[in-house]
Design a binder for this molecule. Structure first.
Ligand code: LMR
Length: 391
């Protein structure tokens, strides 16, 4: 039977990790998969997370099952950061733990499909796994242009989708630090988006995978909060993989907001049933440690300070690239006002291949770079190489 399977290409982003590891050139530069790196090129465990993990080792008395919803203490502890002072919107928001942000997105689109969503509108380019997840559950993807050539968001394309949408349509939005472009909607644009959604049957699903890596924890939540204040129902997928550095431990959550608290239980029961069938229950370790971290004022302060340092470093890299002006035919100035780990460079597949083969610089074939892979020791070489292949 299994001979019937056609071979599948490995996920291009994950394949880059192996290609980079196999390259023995000493000055290689990894701008591929989205992990934060320090100025030394390392991705250390957050000190605050280590502190929480030590505490977890001491206080955890059982590893018995929790249930498909996972650690609800973790789920609730995150809510003020995502949703603000009234973190439950008057009891209208419920949540559950998921295996990373991918698990949250997967569950979000699966429950939306079960509720009657037949099409997902999505700004492209987007994180490649969004399309892969939709294809896997056979939900139609309707693309629209996310960005304009000047490096800002194409607001009109999104508003057009929202204003002309019908029942059964959903829109998948990036809450902040758009992956792969780094191009976020401005607060004024989010105001317009929220207003349009309020008057539209289009159902919002927001993917928040990089909170705190753009402008700040509060600032990066602006769009999500504006949309949720305007609409009767929404789903919010959340990842702690980047802002707590939990990548491989897969720490995420999915939140649902309904028009009133009494409408939540049927939705939550469907989420639990879908999660049970997909992964039964999420891995506990990271969520439990994040809960302990957020329950401890000192660890929380330490985590916020580490996140501030990360964000400041990425802003510094962006400022340096923007200050360079152009590298060959590539205008780097828009990167200065974009957000998060990623930026898209207008380079061809051949130029990406030359950067890899001639300069040991690894980036996604789409032209996406992870700006956190650049630091004081390699940024000049990167700019020079980019100029050499595009000039
Ligand atoms: C990325 O886009 O590089 C990250 O979100 C990692 C992943 O899972 O693709």
């Amino acid at each position: 039977m299994l001979d019937n399977l056609a071979p599948q290409a490995p996920d291009a982003l994950l394949a880059l990790i192996k290609l980079y590891a196999a390259d023995d050139r000493a000055d290689k530069i990894d701008l591929g998969v989205g992990v934060y790196r320090t100025d030394d090129g390392a991705t250390p465990v957050f000190a605050a997370v280590k502190g929480a993990e030590r505490k977890l080792l001491e206080v955890q008395e059982s590893k018995s099952y929790l249930g498909p919803e996972g650690d609800l203490g973790f789920v609730h502890a995150l809510m003020p950061y995502i949703f603000g002072a009234d973190a439950t919107m008057g009891g209208r928001i419920a949540g559950m733990q998921t295996p990373g942000g991918t698990g949250a997105v997967r569950l979000a689109v699966a429950v939306a499909q079960k509720a009657g969503v037949t099409r997902i509108h999505m700004g492209t380019p987007s994180w490649p796994n969004h399309a892969q997840i939709l294809a896997d559950i056979a939900l139609e993807l309707v693309p629209f242009d996310h960005a304009l050539p000047d490096g800002t968001a194409n607001l009109d394309a999104l508003l057009n989708v929202i204003r002309n949408g019908q029942m059964g349509d959903a829109v998948l939005l990036h809450g902040c630090c758009h992956n792969p472009t780094g191009i976020d909607y401005t607060p004024a644009q989010w105001d317009e988006i929220a207003g349009a959604l309020a008057a539209s049957p289009v159902f919002p699903i927001i993917d928040v995978a990089y909170q705190g890596l753009g402008q700040g924890m509060e600032e990066d939540a602006y769009g999500t909060r504006r949309v949720l204040a305007a609409v009767p129902e929404a789903l919010v997928a959340y990842s702690c993989d980047k802002n707590f550095g939990y990548y491989r431990d897969r720490v995420g959550a999915l939140y649902v907001m309904m028009r009133e608290e009494s409408a939540l239980p049927p939705v939550v029961s469907n989420l639990n049933a879908l999660a049970r069938a997909a992964w039964s229950m999420p891995p506990d370790h990271g969520g439990a440690a994040v809960r302990l971290l957020l329950e401890d004022a000192d660890l929380t302060r330490a985590w916020e300070a580490e996140l501030d340092t990360m964000r400041a470093r990425m802003r510094q890299v962006r400022a340096t690239l923007a200050a360079a002006g152009t590298a060959g035919s590539v205008d780097l100035t828009p990167l200065g006002h974009q957000n998060g780990l990623f930026a898209m460079l207008p380079v061809s597949k051949e130029q990406v291949e030359r950067l890899q083969s001639e300069h040991a610089i690894y980036m996604a074939g789409s032209g996406r770079i992870n700006v956190a892979g650049l630091h004081s020791g390699n940024i000049d070489r990167f700019i020079a190489a980019l100029a050499a292949v595009t000039g």
